[in-house]
Design a protein around this ligand. Structure first.
Ligand SMILES: CC(C)(COP(=O)(O)OP(=O)(O)OC[C@H]1O[C@@H](n2cnc3c(N)ncnc32)[C@H](O)[C@@H]1O)[C@@H](O)C(=O)NCCC(=O)NCCS
Ligand SMILES: Nc1ncnc2c1ncn2[C@@H]1O[C@H](COP(=O)(O)OP(=O)(O)OP(=O)(O)O)[C@@H](O)[C@H]1O
Length: 202
């Protein structure tokens, strides 16, 4: 939670394919600094990335000249809860450290966003002041995800089963942004939300 001289923190989350990354970009273009947990994960998995060695040690053969082979590692860990927990134990403390650095770099700002896909699942909701859940009807979500390369119905359904159901996320949200409308309409929802939160006292 924010303390004096710390920015107010918006926790931005949502299940696979709901439009969270798109909304995060809208916050960033409105001038609100965004901490992107997924981008930090990816940055630590490229060649020379901070965690390449640790990942190779835990998952032999999962890295190469192009860094972590995310498709292959994804297939392995999404199929095996113990392996996923092992990967998370490597990634999450490192992401937490990057988040602290981001906060100290933005200590003069009034509002920041933590874009964290697994905000509820991993207890990150206790770190933030306002929870924003990005949501869309299940059929819209499914169509978006199945249109992605390397995605199958089985993989989509399995990832969904690892995530808290959308209805539960919405029930715990302070604000819900619906993305089943046009991008322009979503943009308006984001701008209104920033106005609301900028004027709000905790
Ligand atoms: C396993 C990896 C390599 C697969 O990469 P890939 O590019 O194939 O998939 P991507 O990252 O786009 O994830 C696809 C979907 O799965 C979800 N997902 C990712 N990690 C997890 C997880 N640990 N538990 C549940 N869902 C997850 C994402 O939110 C997304 O909706 C990658 O997801 C990873 O390194 N995950 C572990 C780190 C992590 O927990 N990240 C979450 C943010 S801290
Ligand atoms: N009104 C809308 N708001 C947001 N996204 C929309 C909207 N209409 C269509 N889309 C499209 O839906 C897709 C949402 O993908 P996005 O990567 O933002 O989802 P995500 O929730 O971050 O997914 P993941 O959890 O898998 O990373 C994008 O291709 C985006 O252009």
């Amino acid at each position: 939670m924010s303390v004096q001289n710390q920015p107010r923190i918006i926790g931005l989350t949502g299940s696979i394919g709901m439009g969270k990354s798109t909304i995060a970009e809208m916050f960033a273009s409105a001038g609100v600094p965004v901490f992107d947990a997924d981008a930090e994960v990816r940055a630590m998995q490229v060649p020379q990335g901070d965690l390449l060695e640790a990942i190779e040690a835990a998952f032999p053969g999962s890295t190469g000249p192009a860094g972590v082979d995310r498709d292959a590692l994804g297939q392995q860990v999404f199929a095996d809860p113990e392996a996923l927990a092992r990967l998370e134990a490597i990634m999450h403390p490192a992401v937490a450290q990057k988040r602290e650095t981001f906060l100290s770099e933005n200590s003069g700002t009034s509002l920041v966003v933590f874009d964290i896909p697994l905000l509820f699942e991993k207890g990150g909701h206790s770190l933030v002041d306002h929870i924003v859940v990005v949501s869309a009807p299940a059929d819209v979500q499914r169509a978006r995800v199945l249109a992605r390369p390397h995605m199958t119905t089985e993989k989509f359904e399995h990832i969904l089963s690892l995530q808290m159901p959308d209805a539960e996320k919405r029930a715990q949200a302070d604000f819900v942004i619906d993305t089943s409308c046009t991008l322009a309409e979503t943009q308006t929802q984001v701008e209104r939300l920033i106005e609301t939160l900028a004027g709000k006292t905790l």
